[in-house]
Design a protein around this ligand. Structure first.
Ligand code: ADP
Ligand code: ZN
Length: 753
């Protein structure tokens, strides 16, 4: 029972993010432990701040210590493993302790400062209180005098059949007032219970034995030793699209559970969770928990508590599920491991892979990365024997990979077709429709028209707050900024710069939907993008309807490209991804290659062979052609040579330091100052390999009224380098610059900040 504790507080700046010592009142000592959430008086005014206990029985720094205001109950304490992850995140990602705390536990499990009933005493309050509900049970008999009301009699009759929640009672027309009254009489007792929700409970159990193909079995056999022993291992399952990687996962999970251990399965985006949950739940039943951001706070918290209470053997979810409080993990699977969604773009800026690797090391688990297009870094590690490499080279059922045709859209325009859908594409879609098959079309732009340009001065209409073009959305008839949400309603007809006529151009998913409806009036078209899937569970419902063949064509952004498995899809079309061919950042080629290979891979996965068409204005583009050939090995050879020549990961670490603020000159000055400080620190360690590029303006120069600059540092991403950055951050914060830019350090950026 600690008498003093070291607390990391919320809203600390990097430089002041250290442990502050507090005294613990005797009546709090029982509750306080490492990982406790606490409320502390902070600073001169002793304002209440959230904090987390990271040390116990610290030596007091001052004779007179302040006391903790309040301590959250022990059930809200971080587990030892989560605590270690907090330290890990702080050391790896330059976040503050409290930012790390907020990342490892979901919002619903967090606490916030509040005032006690007296209106003055600071106390902790749960962020979420609605996750419990009242439950009533009969504990006495109802007196006949005064004469009971009909409702009271009905309530007692219901409860004589067993305990019931308030919700259930209300469904029978019995109000809380009636129940309160019965409680006051001592007839009924009320208690708080966790709301019970069994997400996806309607999924039927289907426990047919899995028969792996010879190649899948060989992969499984190769991976098994790493799963069965208790030392950490890592492996890369490199399997072409449709080769049945998921079946290998299922078999491994089955074995993992049989060994009495647990499994964590990560998927790159929310749209893929329903399918994975379906496969896991139908196989393993109820002990599957879900963690992703499309759950509401209550659902998320209840699932989290189920994991924490040991009620889940399998956790499936997106990036943040890597922090699930699952114990004795035997297997961590990261599906489509190359996806950028595994890298967090806000503090803490971690990559799910590095956290997973850490947890695998702590738990002695097998970390299995899987993909049809592994990241260049992972494949390189596998080639060099640092990770085990396991291959699946054939599609299940023996289907060949889809054959792919590239259509030159410049020639298309020259030949007089004004549409964005080429004649070849139109033809193929029609044939597919006639054959009663389904089609998936990819277009990486949402909205209707993606740009408004002045006919006179050629100026593109940009967002007033960001340096990006505004996008026309037909629903609502307005222009929208996809970065800050600014709207122009109604859309202007003339150029704000010169008064010339604005021409609306470009092709977004909404327009594609419209063109498809004109070309194929009989077809049922589903649009999948951020706008059409904003409602809760919309993803899941729409995909389920597509799976039931209630639609013939699905057109959408990247969310239709990955992981989906529909047996009737035999045609995939890429309507447009050209902007990606010319994107910046050292991972640009890899991203395009992977996206195209993945989307093409949605075609012809079951009985019938598949076909794909790619529309482009750059038909000779080498990356595009390698992707069309689905030749990962050739792509990798080319990519790794480029990375080596240009000195990019995996041949060095890449650290991007981003600066932003409302005054451009100050942001530029801050970046220059940081660069100078870094240079000065680095000069003391001349043997440290380091190459600093910049400062340069960010690729997008302004977002939401904030100007952006960046420094790109090629380095060896090790502790020494991180220490150097940490020192520099500290020095920078101590400097007296007139006004400071916000600084972020990102060790996982692709340079495209
Ligand atoms: P991948 O993830 O490698 O793209 P999937 O795991 O989705 O491939 O498998 C592709 C399709 O083949 C799925 O519909 C899957 O059910 C089926 N499949 C693969 N292997 C088997 C198997 N051994 N037994 C039955 N069906 C299989
Ligand atoms: Zn904007």
């Amino acid at each position: 029972m600690p008498k003093t504790v070291g607390v990391a507080v919320s809203n600390a700046t990097f430089h002041f993010d250290k442990l502050y010592t507090y005294a613990v009142m005797p009546d709090q000592q029982e509750a306080v432990r490492l990982g406790s959430m606490v409320l502390v008086p902070f600073g001169r005014g002793s304002r209440a701040r959230m904090g987390v206990v990271l040390a116990c029985d610290e030596e007091p720094e001052h004779a007179k210590l302040k006391y903790l205001f309040d301590v959250a109950p022990a059930s809200a304490c971080l587990t030892p493993e989560l605590l270690r992850l907090v330290h890990f995140l702080k050391e790896r990602t330059f976040c503050t302790y409290y930012e790390a705390v907020k990342a490892v536990i979901p919002y619903g499990a967090q606490y916030k400062p509040a005032l006690a009933a007296d209106g003055v005493t600071p106390v902790l309050q749960k962020q979420l209180t609605r996750h419990t509900e009242n439950s009533y049970k009969l504990v006495g008999t109802l007196q006949q005098k005064p004469k009971p009301t009909a409702k009271q009699l009905a309530a007692v009759a219901l409860l004589s059949g067993g305990e019931r929640t308030q919700n259930e009672m209300e469904a029978h027309g019995i109000t809380k007032a009636v129940l309160d009254n019965l409680c006051a009489k001592g007839v009924v007792e009320c208690s708080k219970v966790n709301k019970s929700i069994d997400l996806y409970s309607s999924i039927p159990l289907k426990n047919e034995p899995i028969t792996l193909t010879a190649q899948q079995q060989a992969a499984y056999d190769a991976l098994l030793p790493g799963l069965e022993d208790t030392a950490p291992h890592s492996a890369l399952l490199y399997g072409v699209t449709g080769s049945g990687k998921t079946l290998v996962f299922l078999k491994l999970i089955e074995r993992c559970l049989a060994l009495g251990r647990r499994a964590l399965v990560l998927v790159p985006e929310i749209s893929l969770t329903p399918q994975m949950i379906l496969r896991l739940k139908s196989r393993f039943g109820r002990r599957v928990a879900v963690q992703h951001s499309a759950l509401n706070h209550t659902e998320r918290l209840l699932q989290w508590q189920m994991i924490q209470d040991g009620g889940a053997d399998i956790v499936v979810g997106t990036r943040s599920a890597v922090f699930a409080p699952l114990e004795s993990i035997g297997l961590v699977i990261i599906d489509e491991e190359q996806e950028h969604t595994y890298r967090s773009e806000s503090a803490p800026r971690y990559a799910a892979q590095e956290v997973a690797r850490q947890r695998a090391a702590e738990n002695g688990s097998l970390l299995l990365l899987a993909s049809a297009t592994p990241s260049t870094e992972s494949f390189y590690a596998a080639q060099n024997g640092r990770t085990q490499l396991v291959r699946l080279t054939q599609r299940y059922g023996g289907n060949p990979l889809p054959s792919v045709q590239i259509v030159d859209m410049r020639a298309e325009l020259a030949s007089g077709n004004p549409r964005e859908i080429s004649l070849a594409m139109e033809d193929a879609i029609r044939r597919n429709l006639d054959a009663g098959r389904q089609t998936i079309l990819l277009l990486n732009r949402r909205g209707y028209q993606t740009m408004a340009q002045c006919d006179d001065c050629r100026e593109v209409l940009k967002c007033p707050k960001c340096s990006v073009p505004m996008v026309y959305h037909k629903a609502g008839h307005k222009l929208l900024c996809h970065y800050c949400g600014t709207q122009l309603d109604p859309p202007p007809k003339t150029c704000p710069a010169c008064g010339g006529k604005l021409l609306y151009r470009g092709f977004g998913t909404q327009k594609a939907e419209e063109e498809l409806a004109q070309l194929f009036p009989e077809a049922r078209v589903l649009r999948m993008d951020q706008d059409s899937t904003a409602a809760k569970d919309a993803h899941e419902k729409l995909l389920a309807r597509f799976a039931r063949h209630e639609y013939d064509i699905m057109v959408g952004t990247q969310m239709v490209a990955k992981g989906l498995d529909f047996e009737d899809v035999t045609l995939v079309g890429v309507l447009g991804i050209d902007s990606l061919l010319f994107a910046q950042g050292f991972r640009a080629y890899e991203t395009v290659f992977s996206l195209i290979t993945q989307v093409v891979g949605r075609s012809g996965r079951a009985k019938d062979p598949g076909f794909a068409i790619i529309q482009t204005t750059d038909p000779d583009n080498p990356v595009l052609n390698l992707a069309a050939a689905q030749d990962y090995d050739a792509f990798f050879e080319q990519e790794i040579a480029y990375r080596k020549l240009g000195l990019y990961p995996p041949f060095c670490g890449l650290c991007v330091v981003g600066f932003s603020g409302p005054k451009e000159i100050e942001v530029a000055r801050a970046a220059a100052r940081f660069s100078a400080l870094l240079g000065r620190q680095a000069a003391q360690q001349p043997d440290l390999p380091l190459r600093v590029l910049g400062p340069t303006p960010g690729n997008i120069e302004k977002i939401n009224e904030n100007y952006r600059y960046k420094l790109t540092i090629k380095c060896r991403a090790d502790k020494r380098f991180r220490d150097l950055v940490r020192q520099t951050l500290g020095l920078y914060e101590q400097e007296k610059l007139p006004s400071k830019a916000t600084v972020v350090v990102d060790m996982h950026s692709d340079g495209d900040i």
